[in-house]
Design a protein around this ligand. Sequence first.
Ligand SMILES: *Cc1c(COP(=O)(O)O)cnc(C)c1O
Length: 236
Amino acid sequence: MTEKSLIDEQFENIRENYSYICSRIEEAAKLSGRTKSDIRFMAVTKTVQPVLINSALSLGIDLIGENKVQELLLKKDLIRPADVEKHLIGHLQSNKVRKIVGEVSMIESVDSESIAQEISKQSANAGLITDILLEVNIGEEDAKTGFRANELAESAEYISGLSGIRVRGLMAVPPVCEKAGEVRRYFDLVRNLYDKLGNGSWDTLSLGMSADYYEAILSGSTLVRIGSALFGQRRY
Ligand SMILES: *Cc1c(COP(=O)(O)O)cnc(C)c1O
């Protein structure tokens, strides 16, 4: 197949995938007493080439998420529309903070007080306030970063006091679960922390990926992060 027709075929797949995901989102939103406009859709674009990202954006998707600062900065000039909203969703190292502040409208993966401090400092230096989410390690997994549930209240209070940051809510990636019903337990735990600690002042609960966005919405997610269900299996 020529490169052109391969791209056309991939675009057709993305279009069909998006349409299917939208109908599932609408159904789950209804079941949770909301409408599809209450749920923000993020296309997770890690490893995806800009031409296909732009295909997705031509369907009306208006938010993309990248895991790595380097990859985000390399691709951003090739993305159309150039002003599409971008979030960072992967672990951030302190020496990369200066590069990412001002490049994304939200950092969803704030996983320690020290990285929050650095984001606040670099934002203040740039004359900005950066919106962030606190990442919760809800399964208490050693391989994952993020705040443990029992330390979240204290850290949220401290971080909310930093002048260069605005805390908007929580993000989590639950452990891999065998049964779809099992993952609801983790999502519900995050939802409870969100209600309790946010106390009505937060507006973003980022839960749900390709395998579990439906369950996440039932638990109250307001933002789903979808990669492979939209673009197909990632090739690293
Ligand atoms: C890769 C990634 C996603 C998307 O994963 P899929 O299962 O492909 O939808 C969502 N959130 C984070 C934090 C990720 O790293």
